[in-house]
Design a protein around this ligand. Structure first.
Ligand code: FAD
Length: 142
């Protein structure tokens, strides 16, 4: 079991149709590869967590990193957790436009996702909060 976390920047502003196209393909491919995770879209950045068997996670990540819909793909963390964090989602999704600013501010005082990125611990704490809000229905998944 490995967990890989990366950030990237969309190469254009993503409409919800663009995001749904990404998610439809991602969920189908991830189900086949037994990958779970979470994708956050914050306008200026994507943050994504991929977890599963090492081979599958690496192959999927290389494919994603090659995708022209984003650039500046940067690994934030790569670790070996004892268990999956996102057991229920082939790819959970949170459009950060919907996330209350205070949720970001809990981890980045200026409310900017970009300010989280240098510190893997802050990114993971933020991702856990987003997952918690999503799974409790506090967050619209759009
Ligand atoms: P193909 O479908 O053959 O596409 C090849 C290339 O064409 C892509 O890399 C991309 O640059 C471009 N392309 C494909 N479709 C479109 C489109 N609709 N609009 C514009 N350009 C397009 N895939 C997963 O399997 N799992 C994931 O979790 C996952 N997460 C992603 C997260 C993000 C932020 C992005 C941008 C993509 C993600 N993808 C994910 C999609 C992944 O990058 C591949 O497109 C997908 O896995 C299909 O791979 P393929 O080699 O068959 O690519």
């Amino acid at each position: 079991m490995v967990q890989l976390v990366y950030s990237s920047q969309p190469t254009k502003q993503m409409a919800s149709r663009d995001l749904m196209e990404i998610l439809d393909v991602a969920r189908e491919r991830n189900q086949d590869a037994r990958i779970t995770g979470l994708l956050c879209y914050a306008g200026s950045h994507f943050l994504q967590v991929l977890e599963g068997e090492r081979k599958q996670v690496c192959e999927t990540f290389y494919r994603i990193a090659d995708d022209e819909r984003h650039s500046d793909v940067t690994i934030i963390d790569y670790n070996y957790p004892p268990e999956r964090l996102f057991t229920d989602w082939t790819m959970g999704y949170a459009g950060l436009g919907e996330i209350r600013r205070e949720l970001i501010r809990r981890h980045a005082p200026d409310g900017e996702v970009a300010s989280l990125l240098p510190d893997a611990g802050s990114v993971m704490a933020f991702v856990r909060d987003v997952a918690h809000e999503l799974s409790h229905g506090f967050l619209s998944p759009d």
